[in-house]
Design a binder for this molecule. Structure first.
Ligand code: HEC
Ligand code: HEC
Length: 365
């Protein structure tokens, strides 16, 4: 075991060292016995790492991430453990799928299915969002029902239409594995516990960063990194398109909830944020998603009801989905076809420098 395992480092400055540690130790991570390359589950990719972490202390264009919680500072051993868990079907009742089956790296850590499909082909109600840049998130799920990555992490394990297992069952399986026991003990005081399971999963997700897109480079002064259409799109995004009013900040999300009228009145009725707050004003409000790597994460919206970015932009151009609680920022935009296309081109330029598709393991998600 390398001597960097188990040391606690502060995010983000020592990310270079952290990533180097993970690289150095990753070759030694044996693939868990349970893990097989099935149709649903990609094999553990030991070399799978966000490349920009090797060069950037501060992901270009994103700025520093909010610090990880005091009790769960990032360390190489924590990230490596979280990565192994994220790709391990041991977390599902019938050992058929992992977190990555839905949050698939080849699809920007999202999924091409409109609505998530869990174990035994059980159909969920919502589209799988990306887990990229969730280190920059303030609130989690489309309806914001979790307040942190740690609070979120165990929910898919127990969700009947996702991994369909239980935390005690997963803890027992992990305890039966000498290798996991050792890795947990190295990473966290207390070893294999539900809290540490959640913390490890959160730690891995905190290093999944999409940054240094062509838009970031343009904004940093490299005028030639955007085409003329993409520049027009950027300008529309920040002016007549009104997009910036919600997709704001370096991660293109205000981390807040809005009613844009997507699938309003259509079955299955999903009231979004209202399900958490029971506040009438929250009917039909969903969390603004990041737009980084959005070219990889089709289909779009909380229910995956839009197949393409063209469809999304046309939706905004006509003023969203009419309903009496439509957000006042959503209005008909009066863009012509060419201007719609400029916006689409701009959105595609938000792809980060890391080529997840090339790095991701083969196999169906
Ligand atoms: C069956 C597919 C599926 C599996 C398996 C799955 N997820 Fe998800 N994930 C989803 C869906 C769908 C949502 C959105 C649900 C909602 O908002 O109600 C989601 C939401 C999330 C979010 C919130 C993202 C945000 O923007 O707020 C995180 C983080 C996350 N999942 C991590 C995980 C982890 C960690 C695992 C494994 C322990 C996992 N997921 C397993 C489908 C899945
Ligand atoms: C009022 C706030 C608001 C404005 C203005 C806004 N958006 Fe959104 N955007 C959202 C919300 C909320 C969602 C999720 C809606 C849902 O799923 O029901 C979303 C979803 C999206 C998605 C889908 C992303 C995904 O991963 O599914 C894209 C792409 C997008 N918006 C682009 C734009 C563009 C381009 C503009 C400007 C033309 C714009 N948005 C204006 C709030 C807004």
């Amino acid at each position: 075991m390398s001597d960097c395992m188990g040391t606690t480092v502060v995010f983000p400055a020592p990310l270079v060292a952290l990533a180097a540690c993970i690289l150095a130790t990753s070759g030694a991570l044996p693939v868990p016995a349970e893990e097989k390359a099935t149709e649903q589950t990609p094999p553990l990719a030991v070399d799978f790492l966000p490349a920009q972490l090797l060069t950037d202390a501060e992901p270009a264009g994103l700025g520093p991430a909010p610090p990880a919680p005091e009790v769960n500072q990032l360390s190489a051993s924590r990230v490596a453990l979280g990565r192994k868990l994220f790709f391990d079907p041991l977390l599902s009742a019938d050992r058929s799928m992992s977190c990555a089956s839905c949050h698939h790296p080849r699809h920007g850590f999202a999924n091409p299915q409109a609505r998530a499909v869990g174990i035994k082909n059980r159909l969920g109600t919502r589209n799988t969002p990306t887990v990229l840049n969730r280190a920059y998130g303030k609130i989690f799920f489309w309806d914001g029902r979790s307040a942190s990555l740690e609070a979120q992490a165990l929910k898919p394990i127990e969700n009947r239409v996702e991994l369909g297992s239980s935390v005690p069952e997963v803890i027992q399986r992990l305890q039966e594995s000498p290798e996991y026991r050792q890795q947990f003990e190295t990473a966290y005081p207390g070893g294999v516990t539900p809290t540490n399971l959640a913390r490890a999963l959160a730690s891995f997700q905190r290093v999944l960063v999409s940054a240094d897109s062509r838009v970031d480079r343009f904004q940093a002064g490299q005028a030639s990194s955007l085409s003329t259409s993409q520049k027009q799109g950027l300008w529309l995004f920040e002016s007549r398109g009104r997009c910036w009013k919600c997709h704001s900040g370096s991660n293109y999300s205000d981390e807040s909830f809005h009613n844009t009228g997507v699938s309003w009145g259509k079955e299955p009725i999903d009231l979004g944020r209202f399900q958490v707050t029971a506040d009438d004003a929250d009917r039909g409000r969903f969390k603004t998603p990041t737009l980084r790597d959005v070219g990889l994460t089709a289909p779009y919206m909380h229910d995956g009801s839009m197949q393409t970015l063209e469809e999304v932009v046309a939706f905004y151009n006509r003023g969203g989905g009419k309903n009496r609680q439509l957000d006042e920022r959503i209005q008909p935009l009066g863009l012509n076809k060419q201007e719609e296309q400029f916006l689409v081109e701009f959105l595609k330029a938000l792809q980060g420098a890391t080529n997840w598709t090339a790095q991701a393991p083969a196999g169906k998600p």
